[in-house]
Ligand binder design. Structure first.
Ligand code: SDX
Length: 394
């Protein structure tokens, strides 16, 4: 009770919602996209097939997939005037800052897909977001490192196209290693959706006001950036680098357990998973696959990560609080091996999560019972009182 309002214990948050897209059983460590287990999709499917599944609810037939891939492919270029948009950023701008600004600005260029009441415009906006995120992400990276932009190519698959836009230069031929491209594609699948996490809830809340999809995705990118959320992959790799050697792990485990120390094990723990994040297992396997393909025999950070996991999973603090590695624990090591700097890790998370944000936004705007989101609060401030003239204040 706050003296004015009596707290109604029956009060439930209006932020919760119903969805048919993704199911998580946190106790079991289960993750399903439209009913399909994440490991089956990651090991047997590809990212654009997963995009189709998340958007439309069913795995595509061959004809449906070919049509979807064709439509995405032909939306990968961005308005040429946008390439000058990047020049407004300082070279040392964090690529996530560039992503937030550039994605939000898409609504200034694509006026024919901002009316959310028009199903055709919603479909075009969805395709544009999925198609253009790799191009924008690669441009943010190229701008950051001072290299020329590389245009997408229509003869390459989604992930190969992305890796080429990031790592090729005009001066020489560049062929993407298919094993690495397959690994990138699988990493995108793992990050595609995760029910009502903070950034997806942000997109839904922004979309519930009728804001255009580009603005809603920009809001999701801003929320994902935080180190407690999508920024954890960058923070986890920085943490492993700071630990530096296996013999310093106990010192950091002790700090993570100390309530007076704000340090947390990055890439560990989860609001929903009270078991091993199923994505983390697949990410660890992918990490070994990528390092093996690149001939990296012993990555010191991987050794630290595996030893840290072993120690933590046998420590009563982590066992009692059910803290396990999450998707961000091994992703940084893998992304660094693929050639990305740490400040691009969350950009890659945002690139992959765009389909989840769009699918959840689409589900919400197409729900006729949908109303504007309006979470309430428990007021704990001052009771009502009268204004005091300034010369009477003490
Ligand atoms: C993502 O929501 C999603 O689905 C997100 C995501 C997605 O795909 O969208 O899965 C992506 O964001 C994964 C999480 C990435 N973040 C990190 O790895 C950052 C490190 N993790 C922690 O900050 C933390 O685990 C959170 C933020 C992820 C969850 O925080 P909660 O909700 O407080 O976790 P909890 O309630 O399970 O914590 C229980 C206890 C708490 O201590 P007590 O209050 O009980 O004393 O465990 C402690 C926490 O302080 N704890 C940790 C810890 N995580 C939780 N202690 C040390 N190290 C940690 N990493």
């Amino acid at each position: 009770e706050s003296g004015m309002f009596t707290y109604d214990p029956g009060f439930t948050s209006t932020a919760s919602c119903e969805s048919k897209i993704t199911y998580i059983d946190g106790d079991e460590g289960t993750l399903l996209y439209r009913g399909y287990p994440i490991d089956q999709l990651a090991n047997h499917g590809d990212f654009l097939e997963t995009c189709y599944l998340l958007l439309y609810g069913e795995l595509p037939t061959k004809a449906e997939k070919d049509d979807f891939v064709h439509r995405v492919t032909y939306h990968t270029m961005i308005h040429e005037q946008m390439s000058r948009f990047f020049a407004g950023f300082r070279r040392d701008a964090h690529p996530m800052a560039i992503m937030v600004g550039t994605v939000g600005a898409l609504s200034a260029f694509y006026h024919d897909s901002t009316d959310i009441t028009d199903p055709h415009q919603r479909m075009i906006a969805s395709l544009r977001m999925i198609a253009k995120m790799p191009t924008i992400a690669a441009m943010a990276y190229k701008y950051h490192i001072g290299q020329p932009f590389v245009y997408p190519r229509n003869d390459l698959d989604y992930s190969t196209n992305f890796l080429r836009m990031c790592f090729s230069v005009p001066c020489e031929e560049y062929n993407v290693n298919p094993v690495l491209s397959r690994a990138m594609d699988r990493i995108f699948i793992l990050h595609a959706d995760h029910e009502q996490n903070a950034s997806t809830s942000t997109v839904r809340l922004a979309g519930s006001s009728g804001a255009n999809p580009f603005a809603c995705i920009a809001a999701g990118i801003a929320c994902l950036w935080g180190p407690a959320h999508g920024g954890a992959n960058e923070a986890a790799l920085n943490m492993l680098s700071e630990i530096g050697s296996v013999d310093r792990i106990p010192e950091y485990v002790a700090r993570a357990k100390d309530k007076n120390d704000p340090f947390r094990l990055m890439g560990f723990g989860h609001r929903v998973y009270k078991n091993y994040d199923p994505r983390a297992k697949i990410m660890q396997t992918t990490c070994h696959e990528v390092l093996g393909e690149l001939g990296i025999k012993d990555d010191p950070l991987l050794d630290i990560a595996m030893e840290l996991e072993k120690i933590a999973l046998n420590d009563e603090y982590f066992v009692e609080k059910k803290l396990y590695p999450n998707i961000d624990f091994y992703s940084g090591i893998t992304l660094r091996a693929l050639g990305f700097p740490t400040n691009m890790f969350t950009v890659l998370f945002a690139l992959a999560r765009t389909v989840g944000w769009i699918a959840q936004w689409k589900e919400m705007v197409e729900d006729p019972s949908q109303r504007i989101g309006r979470p309430r609060q428990l007021y704990t401030g001052a009771p009502q009182r009268d204004y005091t003239p300034i010369d009477q204040r003490r």
